[in-house]
Design a protein. Structure first.
Ligand code: NI
Length: 301
């Protein structure tokens, strides 16, 4: 029987549909179990199970277990400490910020770095869950007043309300009482420092390195300043309320780690200064015997 042109057209159409169907289902790796597949996190894995683009792990700060004792802080004020070891303290002021602080915490966690956050009371009240996360991840929290008031420019009554209000906000959020305070704007005098120590037991924490990130010079400049200006025992100032500061941190922190620096909290740094190298137990970090050489120029100066 002769097939009509219409029947021939029908076969042709069927053949084209089958061809298209085969090429779209069997021609790629999508549905093939032994080539590529999605792992549990939904990321595509390459042939033979290897990750296609393995992101290299960042440098890691070692675990540094230093017992902190508030009584060790004998000085009224600190911007750096004397130490034989390559220890430094990163500090972040004016947060917590709902976007930038979590990003920073992720960056720190990837590098096993503990930092110190001088929080403003109003922000601590608004974001108590961030205060709890900061503490839960091993960082230290310090007092930065309720409203970022300049303590040397207000009455003693106002100053007391500012300091106590921030302390209460922190304790209400996480149950941990701060033992250090950074005066907003760095505005402080000896009279206020003595008062802070006598009435609250606070040491006043200043800084040795200021990248002036709040002037927004750009992430490159902030990272470069932090890396080039930091010396052993120093406290570094930054602010976790500025996006470019957070963007500068991976480079700044990795640069310092690769130069041999090791990160501790401010209270750990103070505790380090009070210990002589001879008294360091083996449980504490051997870093204290300066076993890690600094690659940069700083060590021999
Ligand atoms: Ni501030």
């Amino acid at each position: 029987m002769r097939t009509s042109p219409i029947t021939q057209l029908g076969f042709l159409t069927l053949a084209i549909i089958l061809m298209l169907g085969c090429s779209s289902t069997g021609g790629k790796y999508e549905n093939s179990d032994n080539t590529a597949y999605l792992d549990g996190e939904g990321k595509r894995r390459g042939l033979f199970g290897g990750r296609q683009k393995k992101k290299s792990a960042p440098l890691q700060n070692p675990n540094i277990n230093i017992r902190v004792d508030p009584r060790l802080a004998r000085s009224l004020t600190y911007s750096r400490v004397r130490t034989e070891g390559p220890f430094i303290a990163m500090t972040f002021d004016d947060g917590p910020h709902p976007v930038h602080t979590p990003r920073l915490l992720d960056i720190l966690k990837r590098r096993n770095i503990r930092a110190t956050f001088f929080v403003v009371g109003t922000n601590a009240r608004r974001y108590p869950q961030l205060i709890r996360r900061i503490i839960a991840e091993g960082h230290e929290i310090g007092n930065h007043t309720v409203n970022h008031k300049y303590l040397s420019r207000i009455s003693i009554e106002e100053a007391r309300a500012e300091v106590l209000g921030c302390e209460k906000a922190i304790v209400a959020a996480c149950g941990v009482k701060p033992r250090i305070l950074r005066p907003p704007g760095g505005h402080i005098n000896d009279r206020v420092k003595v008062w802070l120590k006598k009435e609250f037991g606070y040491s006043t924490i200043m800084w040795a390195v200021d990248p002036e990130d709040w002037k927004r010079p750009g992430s490159d400049v902030v990272a470069r300043r932090i890396i080039s200006e930091t010396d052993p025992g120093e406290i570094v100032l930054a602010h976790d309320i500025h996006g470019p500061t957070i963007a500068a941190m991976p480079r700044a922190l990795d640069g310092l780690l690769s130069n041999g620096y090791r990160f501790v909290t401010v209270s750990q740094l103070i505790a380090i200064e009070r210990r002589s190298v001879a008294r360091i137990s083996s449980n504490d970090n051997n870093l204290l015997s300066s076993s890690i050489p600094l690659n940069g120029k700083k060590r021999d100066q």
